[in-house]
Design a protein around this ligand. Structure first.
Ligand code: SF4
Length: 150
């Protein structure tokens, strides 16, 4: 069976920063022929609930920065992503939750160091790594539109 990596919150895991989920039965209905491989780097690295975080363009690199402490939260998320893709080398598809600084594929907000919005089409850390591995990557909303022809 083909495998799809998918943001766990889309499957109903209550792993969002505030303990809620992003359950989306429409997406699940489109993935019936796939084995689902869920992931949530933020819950694994920082627990739930947790302070929010954003992507900040630091010049050389876009980093995940805590909105509470301004700490750089990127390294553990990258380590999680590396381990996840090492353990799952046969993924055909990656579906990320839109706009997440970890999972968004082409929809994440990026700010400059003055916290001014500079892009709404950035990629989260997990999604960036999936793209670099040549896995087909989609934001959940984009995938839904594509498959439903809307
Ligand atoms: S968008 Fe990604 S990091 Fe955020 S709760 Fe969902 S799976 Fe976790």
């Amino acid at each position: 069976m083909k495998k799809v990596a998918i943001s766990a919150c889309l499957l109903g895991s209550k792993c969002r920063y505030d303990g809620s989920d992003n359950y989306d039965p429409k997406i699940l209905g489109l993935l019936e022929c796939y084995e689902l491989v869920p992931f949530c780097p933020e819950d694994f690295c920082y627990g739930t609930p947790r302070p929010t975080m954003d992507l900040i363009d630091k010049g050389r690199e876009i980093k995940v920065i805590s909105n509470l402490t301004q700490a750089d939260l990127t390294p553990p998320i990258k380590e999680y992503a590396k381990a996840f893709f090492n353990m799952n080398k046969d993924l055909e598809l990656f579906i990320g939750k839109d706009r997440s600084p970890s999972c968004g594929v082409c929809s994440s907000k990026v700010y400059n160091i003055n916290k001014e919005l500079i892009s709404t089409s950035g990629s989260g850390v997990m999604a960036q790594m999936a793209k670099s591995l040549d896995i087909d990557c989609f934001d959940a909303e984009e995938y839904l539109k594509l498959k439903k022809g809307i």
